[in-house]
Design a protein around this ligand. Structure first.
Ligand code: NAD
Length: 372
């Protein structure tokens, strides 16, 4: 088998699917590993470091795609990239099939077997393959740094000869992987942190990080079997607005991370609520690409509305390309080793069945085949 790692072509994508130190993992099951020229340059991994790790550098993307039986990527491929892939080849990377229907249909036509990183089941055995979690963790960390640099205030309490500066108040909405990392980061910077989530199980995790949990009566069956949040009723969201609103008007920085799998992100901060916020306060909206948790968020832009800076953050993991690539590489090589442990893919296995989107001209993942 020949494995190929192309350079990512999406705008502002700085990550690479495999870092040099993990090329050896691929060589255990691949006869050759091809890396496109400069594939790692935006994450500071040189062509030379890939060669030293045993990969062969290929100058032209088309040549790499045509020769490789397996393609490993970060971003979903474009139609043009799938065109270049071998018929009956294999792809592993983020895929977002419902947002990339033409791409997956072409994969069906070309009988390409595709595995989507975002569909790896979130079970204990698959923890080291969980790219959603590793990337969310980076986003949560970076969101707090963005908030801190956009805010005209210190995060920590400072006692100086020039007076005492009180700590900033930070509110985190949604305390999943990104939210918990945001809490931990804001605490490390010395802020006073409050958080809220619809899943009752999260309260303890929030409190163990030293933040306080906003009081609101929660719904008992707020999460799915897979641990994701269920969509809340309009009545719940209305009450949530009241609770959040009280804390919002006292907060200096707000990080929003709330998502409901397969749905538009819940609108947790309305324009009226923004108007009640302090002048100079900051919202960093990590759900910007899913419609935003704040009504005024513009994905990919930083805007100032009613005196509040609103950061519509997208692809924050690409702003930390070295660690993001290392973590993603670990996730994808672990999945790779699991998939290729036998002669052929074992479709009885929960991970294979869950992560596989297309195989031999058919859709495999149940959710995707029902919803595409
Ligand atoms: P996510 O990105 O889908 O959502 C972020 C958070 O937003 C979640 O905590 C969710 O409860 C919250 N949310 C949704 N609607 C909200 C609302 N109206 N108001 C406030 N908050 C709201 O979530 P995620 O970070 O990907 O994690 C989802 C779940 O998966 C968690 O239970 C996590 O523990 C679990 N998980 C399990 C594993 C594993 O077992 N291997 C790995 C990672 C995550």
């Amino acid at each position: 088998m020949k494995t190929g790692i192309p350079k990512e072509i999406q705008n502002n994508e700085t990550r690479v699917a495999i870092v040099p130190k993990l090329i050896n993992q691929l060589l255990k099951k691949s006869n050759e590993v091809f890396v496109e020229t400069n594939a790692g340059s935006s994450s500071f991994f040189s062509d030379k470091s890939y060669e030293e790790a045993g990969a062969k550098i290929i100058g032209v993307a088309k040549t790499l795609y045509e020769q490789a039986d397996l393609i490993l990527k970060v971003q979903p491929p474009t139609l043009a990239e799938v065109e270049m892939m071998k018929n009956n080849g294999t792809f592993i990377g983020f895929l977002y099939p419902l947002a990339n229907k033409e791409v997956v249909k072409l994969m069906i036509d070309k009988k390409i077997t595709s595995f989507a990183m975002e569909f790896v089941p979130r079970i204990s055995r698959a923890q080291s393959m969980d790219a959603l979690s590793s990337m969310a963790s980076i986003a949560g960390y970076k969101a707090v740094l963005l908030a801190a640099t956009s805010l005209g205030k210190f995060f920590p309490l400072l006692m100086t000869a020039a007076g005492t500066i009180p700590p900033s108040k930070v509110l985190i909405l949604g305390a999943g992987v990104a939210g918990l990392q945001a809490i931990a980061t804001a605490k490390r910077l010395g802020a006073k942190v409050e958080a809220f989530d619809t899943r009752p199980a999260v309260r303890e995790q929030v409190e163990s990080l030293g933040a306080s949990f906003l009081e609101m009566e929660l719904v008992k069956d707020a999460e799915t079997v897979g641990g994701y949040a269920k969509e809340m009723s309009a009545e719940f969201i209305r009450k949530e607005h009241e609770i959040i609103g009280k804390s919002l008007s006292k907060s200096d920085a707000v990080i929003t991370t709330a998502q409901v799998f397969g749905k538009k992100a819940p609108a947790l901060i309305t324009e009226t609520m923004v108007k009640e916020m302090r002048e100079g306060s900051v919202i960093v909206d990590l759900a910007a690409e899913q419609g935003g948790n704040c009504e005024l968020t513009e994905a990919g832009k930083t805007v100032v509305k009613h005196g509040v800076t609103i950061v519509g953050a997208i692809n924050l993991p690409a702003t930390l390309p070295v660690d993001a690539s290392q973590m993603y590489s670990k996730n994808i090589t672990t999945l790779f080793s699991d998939l290729y442990k036998a002669e052929s893919f074992n479709f009885e296995d929960e991970i294979v069945k869950g992560a596989c989107i297309t195989h031999n001209g058919n859709f495999i993942n149940e959710f995707v085949s029902k919803n595409i």
